[in-house]
Every structure is written in C-alpha cells, then in structure tokens.
Design a binder for this molecule. Structure first.
Ligand code: 5GP
Length: 154
C-alpha cells in the first residue's frame, strides 16, 4: 500500500478546520481521545475550543485463537460517567471503523446524551464514516508523531 506522509503544518491546519466546524455545529462538553492516534488531535482540540475536558479510551485488536478473528478489546476503559454530556470522539483515522464502533458503544454505555465522531481522515471502505473529517485517502497515512522509516546503508 502506498504511503502518504503528513507534516505538522498539515495537522495543525486540519485540527483548526475541525475545531471551526465543531464550534459551529457541535460544541462538546467532553472530548474522548482514542489512544494512541487520537490523543494529539484531542488535546489540540481541547485547547482550541477553550479547555474542553478530555477523557481517554484505548482499544486493541487481539487474535481470537479459536475463531482466528481479530477481536477488539478495551485496554484503557473510560474513567468516569459521561452522563448527559455532549461528547465528541476524536481519532486520527477511521480505517475499518471497528475501533470507532467499539468506542461509540462505550461512550453511549457511559451515559452520553449526544455522540459525534471527529477524525482527521477516513478510508473509503470504513463502516463508520465520521460526522466530521478533513480528508479521505486509500493510502497508509504516516503521521508526523510516528516513526519515519530510516534506510541505513550497510
Ligand atoms: P480501524 O481499522 O479500527 O478503523 O483503525 C484502527 C486504528 O488503526 C486507527 O485508530 C489508527 O490508529 C490505526 N490506523 C488505521 N489506518 C491507519 C493509517 O493509515 N495510518 C496510521 N498511522 N494508522 C492507521
């Protein structure tokens, strides 16, 4: 799969664009950042929107030994109640959409009144199209906070 490399400048523009739309259409009480990829945009959005509270959740996929299926497991659960809150879930990218499916479920279980999803990016095949996103790509995205591959000539 081809890769695209995003710069900090592009991330900055994308997060500010998301913040502008959120402010107009869905000002949240709480931002739920999905670890790890969603944490940096979640914290940036929290500051831009005026110190909105941030909660964290993490989901990992483990191979189910019998069924040979990837099963999503919540590795860091939400820490408190979201009772009656307007919540925006923030992640870097919605790829298969399985992570967001689990997170939406958890946020609803925690009592959120309204739930929206904001991502920097989405893949065309995802089953969870975010309510807010900046760009679509079928390539593998390398974010600026990730390791860039280095070629070491022997
Ligand atoms: P899902 O397939 O459940 O929608 O995505 C799970 C997670 O895989 C995403 O939150 C993200 O952290 C990671 N992921 C999926 N596609 C990409 C990609 O193109 N680039 C990077 N860096 N991570 C991705």
């Amino acid at each position: 799969m081809d890769k695209i490399y995003l710069t900090w400048w592009q991330i900055d523009r994308a997060v500010f664009a998301l913040a502008e739309e959120l402010r107009k259409k869905f000002m949240p009480d709480v931002i739920v950042g999905v670890a790890r990829g969603g944490l940096i945009p979640a914290v940036m959005l929290s500051h831009i929107l005026g110190d909105v509270d941030v909660e964290i959740i993490a989901v990992k996929f483990y191979k189910d030994i019998e069924e040979h299926m990837e099963k999503p497991v919540v590795t860091i659960p939400l820490h408190g109640s979201l009772n009656g809150k307007r919540v925006v879930i923030v992640d870097d990218v919605s790829d298969t959409g399985k992570t967001l499916e689990v997170v939406i479920e958890e946020v609803k279980k925690a009592g959120a009144r309204e739930v929206k999803v904001a991502c920097l990016s989405m893949k065309p095949w995802t089953k969870v199209v975010p309510d807010f996103y900046v760009f679509r790509t079928d390539q593998w995205i390398v974010f600026p906070w990730e390791e860039f591959p280095v070629v070491v000539r022997e």
